[in-house]
Design a binder for this molecule. Structure first.
Ligand SMILES: Nc1ncnc2c1ncn2[C@@H]1O[C@H](COP(=O)(O)OP(=O)(O)OP(=O)(O)O)[C@@H](O)[C@H]1O
Ligand SMILES: [Mg+2]
Length: 245
C-alpha cells in the first residue's frame, strides 16, 4: 500500500499585497495529482499573482504554499513544478532558440557546467515533438508566433519532467489547432498523474479541459466543477455581469 500522498498544490489563506493593492485575499486552493483545474477571473483578479506566489516568486503577506508537501523553493529544486508565464511577463528578446528554451527545463539535472547529456537531449526532442515544434527547434524564440511560443514553454515544463504544471493563460491569442494541441497534452499529463493549474478566459473550452474550476476575485469565490462555475449566476459573482436597471 502506498503512503497517502500530500496534495500537489496546497495553498492556504494566501494574502498578497503590492503596496496598497490587495491582489489576493485569504485565497485557499487545494489540488490533487491527476487533476486539471481551470482558474477563472476577470483582469486584475489575482490569477498571475497566485501563480507567482505558488512559484515562490512573490512573497505572501499571510498564508502558506506547499507543493507535494514542500515549500516552493524546495519543490523547484526538485524539478517538481513547471511554470508557463503569461506572455506579458516574458522578455521575448532574449537570444535563445526554441531548443535552448526547452533545454532550460533540464538545467536542474545538469550541474553547474550545464553540459547537456544524451538523456537531456532526448527529453528535449521528445518534448518538442509532443508540442509539434520539432521543425522550428532552431528558430529564435522571439521569431515565433504567440501560439508557438506558448507551446515552447509547455515543452520546457515537459522536458523538466514536472508533475505540477502552472500555466498562466496558455490559450491567449492561440488558434484552435494550438489550443487543441495544448489542451490534449494537458489531459494526457493529468492522466499520467500530473496536477495542472491553468488560467484561462476561454470559458467555452473549460468543461473539456478541466476536472474542476476556481472562480477568483482576490478571494476564491467558488471551487467546483466547470459546469457549476459556468452557471450564469456564478459567473456574475466574478465578472459582475448582472445588470441593474
Ligand atoms: N508588480 C506589481 N506591482 C503592483 N501591482 C501589481 C503588480 N502585479 C500585479 N499588480 C496588481 O495586482 C492585481 C492582480 O494582478 P494579477 O496580474 O495577478 O491579475 P490577473 O488576474 O492575472 O489579471 P489578467 O487577467 O489581466 O492577467 C491587479 O490589481 C494588478 O494591477
Ligand atoms: Mg494575469
Amino acid at each position: 500500500m502506498s503512503p497517502r500522498r500530500a496534495p500537489a498544490i496546497d495553498v492556504r489563506d494566501l494574502t498578497v499585497r503590492y503596496g496598497d493593492v490587495l491582489a489576493l485575499d485569504a485565497a485557499t486552493l487545494v489540488l490533487g495529482h491527476g487533476r486539471v483545474c481551470g482558474l477563472v477571473g476577470m483582469n486584475g483578479s489575482g490569477k498571475s499573482t497566485l501563480f507567482k506566489a505558488v512559484m515562490g516568486m512573490v512573497r505572501p503577506d499571510r498564508g502558506t504554499v506547499l507543493l507535494d508537501g514542500a515549500p516552493p523553493a524546495r519543490a523547484r529544486r526538485a524539478q517538481a513544478v513547471g511554470y508557463v508565464p503569461q506572455s506579458e511577463d516574458v522578455d521575448w528578446a532574449f537570444p535563445l532558440s526554441v531548443r535552448d528554451v526547452v533545454m532550460t527545463g533540464r538545467y536542474g539535472y545538469q550541474g553547474p557546467t550545464r553540459r547537456a547529456r544524451p538523456a537531456d537531449r532526448a527529453a528535449v526532442d521528445h518534448a518538442l515533438d509532443r508540442v509539434e515544434l520539432t521543425d522550428l527547434a532552431d528558430r529564435q524564440i522571439g521569431a515565433l508566433s504567440g501560439g508557438q511560443r506558448k507551446r515552447a514553454f509547455v515543452a520546457r515544463g515537459l522536458a523538466q519532467g514536472a508533475t505540477i504544471l502552472l500555466l498562466d493563460e496558455p490559450f491567449a491569442g492561440v488558434d484552435k489547432r494550438s489550443e487543441a494541441t495544448i489542451s490534449t497534452l494537458l489531459r494526457e499529463l493529468a492522466a499520467d498523474g500530473a496536477a495542472i493549474l491553468v488560467s484561462t478566459h476561454d470559458l467555452h473550452a473549460l468543461p473539456a479541459l478541466a476536472d474542476e474550476a476556481v472562480l477568483l476575485q482576490q478571494r476564491v469565490l467558488l471551487h467546483s466543477t466547470p459546469d457549476e462555475v459556468l452557471r450564469p449566476e456564478n459567473l456574475a459573482l466574478a465578472f459582475g455581469l448582472e445588470i441593474t436597471p
